[in-house]
Design a protein around this ligand. Sequence first.
Ligand SMILES: Nc1ncnc2c1ncn2[C@@H]1O[C@H](COP(=O)(O)OP(=O)(O)OP(=O)(O)O)[C@@H](O)[C@H]1O
Length: 361
Amino acid sequence: MRLSVEVEHRLGEFALQAAFDAPSGVTALFGRSGSGKTTLVNVIGGLLRPGRGRVVVDGVVLLDTDDGTEIPCHRRRIGYVFQEARLFPHLTVRQNLLFGRFFAPRRERGPDLPGVVDLLGIGHLLARRPAGLSGGERQRVAIGRALLSKPRLLLMDEPLASLDAARKAEILPYLERLRDEAAVPIVYVSHAMAEVARLADTLVLLEAGRVIAAGPASDLVSRLDVARAEGDEASAVLEAEVIGHDAELGVTVLSSRAGELRIPSLNLPAGARSRVRIYARDVLLAVDPPGRISAMNVLPGTVSTIEELPDGSMMLQLDCGDARLLSRITRGSLRALGLRPGSPAYAVVKAAALADRLPAI
Ligand SMILES: Nc1ncnc2c1ncn2[C@@H]1O[C@H](COP(=O)(O)OP(=O)(O)OP(=O)(O)O)[C@@H](O)[C@H]1O
């Protein structure tokens, strides 16, 4: 499956001129408020006809203004999940879910009610009405309803934005399951890097109506321009695989493109995949291999870029193995270490810094 989008559109003062291509999986549209994310989603979904545009999902042309192709919104087979769940208040959860199924083309393959209920963990809610659900539960039902319409694409516009931190944490693992188990591509709008780092396979960065970068999320998150915008939250994201556990040391060992990582024990079997988000503020640098040290992760690398941040601190990008890490240190530390682009250095990260960065399973 591939998603291909090209749009040119004016809205008053605002000009959207954006194009991107994405493979299957989760494609995050990421950018500040007003950068054009929702406008782009509305074009994909067919709620807005752009001045010029082409939208192709899995080889099916949904829109091509050049040759006049325009499949109407209700026939695009696109599932929507908005910031608020928008469930029918007078219907039970089961009836809300079945409402989604009502729109599913009979001949198409897709998830069934028991499969969706199991995927989203909403079996115990089926007889309830939306008013009796938490915000996170409501969103899970809204996702289930969208999935049961057998969409060829799921559009999620800031689905977690109206939830508090605890509800976000509760729902994220379900979104991960959705990504990993349901064969539906997802376009996910967000301006929260924490969500993007956890969920996105592809990242499309929007700024003032333009795509400033698009590509694999793990490569883009650690780019300096992204890091600059993220400030204290700047990070690198590594895809990792569990190699094993050391019960005595209380750690789980993961392999990643940057090298082996040790993190506090995780309840995952060997071979399981996980993502690790490493914040620039948690990465210390050493010129020589540190000797006796409490930090469990020492990753050799080479400094590739150094940049001063607006607050006077320094952001260094480090090539470690096949991956890129970020480290934020003071100007004084940089001077003391004498690091320059091309200098070898060791990235030092304590295991505990990686503890709460992992998906709860
Ligand atoms: N009908 C309209 N007329 C004029 N300008 C509009 C109209 N609708 C949206 N805009 C402008 O287009 C720009 C992009 O809006 P859009 O909603 O796509 O941004 P966004 O990235 O989704 O923002 P947010 O994260 O706040 O939802 C904004 O500057 C907005 O003010």
